[in-house]
Every structure is written in structure tokens, then in C-alpha cells.
Ligand binder design. Structure first.
Ligand SMILES: Cc1ncc(COP(=O)(O)O)c(C=O)c1O
Length: 402
């Protein structure tokens, strides 16, 4: 047998994925369950609400003709459905501006691959959706943290002007944001768009939670801001607005035709997005908005239950979100990861405990977010109130110990 010239180990690229506290906690939750403890999973953005009936009906009606490859851009009915959906948000698009993707996750990857080269700087308002860090690492980009405004509001244009470098290819924003629920208004988007035009970078806007806004209409899309057609690339998804995370349907949307052509060429390498999943969301996408409105009312109740519960816990500061369905809380502990691990491995109240997401993964700046957790409002208000009570009891015992 010839001597091997390399160890059979993963590539350096795979090794660039940052270590994740979230992954480290999962085995502790499994072990708690094995001990008979009920774990309230406030750590994951998997909503428990029923999807629209039209989705379930379409899945029941799936037939053998659903088993073919769809066109790489997306089936024509799904592409048209996204076009109609956007027109309900006053964004007029051509069909070629839209690519159907395997969730926002694939759209994010395509956005990074088509707008940035390895070694380029990408601006990231903190805190950000934790997987951005991994996506940026494996595409070889250099994350440049942008501090948010006061109380987790959007960063100002001047802050971005101070931070942008000649090597900056893109800024990746999320509105409403996961985890902080920050909603970028029209003015925020046009101010940041002006900086993108001045400095020649792309504005990548993840609008997965567009309609989940608590006070006022859906968050404005970056696609609706005039003068930014070449700069804006939107990442979208039906996962959260229709409670269909498992269907894996999203979209990449831009009026920059060169970017869309490049994205389509890359998408051709993965051939297609599942036909059944695409069919299933057509009616929900083209319907006017009442379904999403009921979802928003429910999330408002949940957010309020979590905020109310957190207010009663000494030393905890919660950041009320304007949208999405998470709450960021500062805990009176030195290290939220150690506390989250302790909750799973050592604490239970009447055989119940809570899994929280420690937030250091949501920052590129070392040391930031170490005392913060993200709480996902993915259960009804009573269950969330109980879970927050357990966190409060846990904190009082933990602080007694430390
Ligand atoms: C901000 C944000 N972007 C993208 C995604 C990925 O969504 P999808 O299920 O469409 O891949 C999520 C999922 O939690 C998210 O919160």
C-alpha cells in the first residue's frame, strides 16, 4: 500500500468552523432527559404553531409528478408565487430577480459566494444570527463587527462609515433580527444603503422574519429602497412566517442581474429544490396576509409573558424586541454558558429545567455577550411563564453557590 502523504483528517476549511457553545450544550440536555427531567427548549427557533391549512392540503395532494427535478431557479409556480408575495409588500420584481432556495440557509450561502471573495471583509451588526459566523468562516471571509445603536437598535450610517474598509465587499443585516428583534426602518435602510453606494459594497438583508413585527406593519424590505438595485440582495424564507421549517423553502432576491445569474449557475450544481416543498407553499405565499397576522398576535403575547417573567428576576435586564420571536437577556452571572450548562446538568425544579442559548456565538468581538442568553418564544405564554420561573429559581440558587 503506498504511504499516505496526508492524514485522513478534515480539511483546514472544515476546521475553520468556530467552536460553538450551543453544540456543546446539546449532550447535557440529552443527559437531563435520560435522568427523567423535562427540558423546556427555549434554545431553538422551531415554532410550535400549526402551518396554514393550504400547506397541509398540498402535501396530501402530492403525486408522482412531484418527484421530478424542478428547474434550478425554482418551479415556475413557486417563482411566480414569490413574485406575488413581494407585490403584497409593494416590491415589484421580475421573475429573473428571484431564485427559490433550500431555505434562507442556502440563500445566505449563495449571497456570500456571489458577492464576496475569500479574504474580503464583511460588516456584521452585533449581535447576529449565530450561523452567520460559521458561513463566513467556511467561505473564507473576514467578519468585521459593527456595534448596534443604543439598546440594540440598528447601527447608524456614521458608525458604519467609521468601520468600513477598502476591503469591505458586503454588509449582512437581519431585519427583524434574530436574536435582538431589531427592526430596520425605511430611514435606517436608506442611510445604510447610501454608505453601501458610497463605498461600493453589497447590502445583504436577511428578511426571514419580515412580518413578525409587534408595533406596526411588516418590516420594510431593503428591496423597496430606491437607488439600491445593484447593491441589495435579500435572503428570505417561509420557515418562520408559515411555521414550516422542515419544508426548506426560501429565496434569494436581487435586481442585480449579474449576481442573480451567478447565483443561478451555482444553484445549478445542486440541481433543484424539492418539488413537493415548493408546491406546498404556493397558496400560502400568494394569499393575502391574515395567517401571518394571527401568528404575530400570538408571538406578541409570548414576548410579553417572557418580558413580564424576566422583570421579576433580580439582576436580569431584558431587551424588549420589536420583532421576530426571541428575547435577549443580560443575566447576573459572569458566564452565561456555564450557567446554561449548570441548569441542564445540576438544576431542576419539580423535575423540569430549561435550555437557554448562551450568546457569545452571536458576536464576532471576543468577550461580548458572555453574560447574555437568547430565549426563543416557541411555546405558549403559560409554558414560557413557567420556564422563566424555573430560570429565576435556578439563578437564585446558582448565585447562592457562586
Ligand atoms: C435570521 C435567520 N436567517 C436564516 C435562518 C435559516 O432559515 P431557513 O430555515 O429558511 O434555512 C434562520 C433560522 O432560524 C434565521 O433565524
Amino acid at each position: 500500500m503506498p504511504a499516505s502523504s496526508r492524514d485522513m483528517t478534515p480539511s483546514a476549511r472544515a476546521g475553520r468552523l468556530p467552536a460553538s457553545p450551543i453544540r456543546r450544550l446539546a449532550p447535557l440536555a440529552d443527559a437531563a432527559r435520560e435522568r427523567g427531567i423535562h427540558v423546556h427548549h427555549l434554545n431553538i427557533g422551531q415554532p410550535d404553531l400549526a402551518p396554514p391549512d393550504s400547506v397541509l392540503r398540498a402535501l396530501e395532494d402530492a403525486s408522482s409528478e412531484s418527484l421530478v427535478y424542478a428547474p434550478a431557479r425554482g418551479s415556475s409556480d413557486a417563482v411566480s408565487a414569490w413574485q406575488i408575495y413581494y407585490s403584497h409588500h409593494s416590491v415589484e420584481l421580475e421573475l429573473d430577480d428571484i431564485l427559490v432556495t433550500n431555505g434562507a440557509s442556502e440563500a445566505l450561502m449563495l449571497a456570500l459566494l456571489t458577492t464576496c471573495d475569500p479574504g474580503d471583509d464583511i460588516l456584521l451588526p452585533e449581535p447576529f444570527y449565530a450561523p452567520y459566523k460559521g458561513l463566513i468562516a467556511i467561505t473564507g471571509l473576514n467578519p468585521v463587527a459593527v456595534p448596534s445603536g443604543p439598546d440594540l437598535t440598528p447601527p447608524s450610517a456614521d458608525t458604519v462609515r467609521e468601520i468600513v474598509t477598502p476591503n469591505t465587499s458586503a454588509m449582512l443585516i437581519c431585519t427583524p433580527s434574530n436574536p435582538a428583534g431589531t427592526v430596520y426602518g425605511q430611514n435606517d435602510l436608506s442611510d445604510l444603503g447610501a454608505v453601501a453606494v458610497e463605498n461600493g459594497f453589497f447590502l445583504l438583508s436577511d428578511e426571514t422574519y419580515r412580518e413578525i413585527v409587534f408595533d406596526g406593519p411588516a418590516a420594510p424590505s431593503a428591496l423597496a429602497i430606491p437607488g439600491l438595485d445593484d447593491h441589495v440582495v435579500v435572503i428570505d424564507s417561509v420557515s418562520k412566517r408559515f411555521n414550516v421549517c422542515g419544508l426548506r423553502i426560501g429565496s434569494l432576491v436581487s435586481r442585480n442581474r449579474a449576481i442573480m445569474n451567478a447565483a443561478l449557475e451555482i444553484a445549478e450544481l445542486r440541481l433543484a429544490v424539492p418539488m413537493i416543498d415548493q408546491r406546498a407553499v404556493v397558496s400560502a405565499l400568494t394569499a393575502p396576509r391574515p395567517y401571518v397576522d394571527t401568528v404575530v398576535d400570538e408571538y406578541r403575547k409570548r414576548r410579553d409573558a417572557v418580558l413580564e417573567g424576566l422583570r421579576t428576576i433580580p439582576g436580569v435586564t431584558a431587551h424588549p424586541p420589536a420583532g421576530a420571536f426571541y428575547v435577549v437577556a443580560d443575566l447576573p452571572v459572569a458566564d452565561a454558558e456555564s450557567f446554561a450548562a449548570w441548569m441542564l446538568s445540576e438544576f431542576a425544579l419539580d423535575d423540569e429545567t430549561v435550555m437557554l442559548t448562551p450568546m457569545s456565538d452571536f458576536y464576532a468581538t471576543p468577550g461580548r455577550g458572555v453574560n447574555q442568553v437568547r430565549i426563543a418564544c416557541v411555546f405558549d405564554a403559560d409554558t414560557l411563564a413557567r420556564a422563566i420561573e424555573i430560570v429565576g429559581q435556578g439563578l437564585s440558587v446558582y448565585r447562592g453557590e457562586s
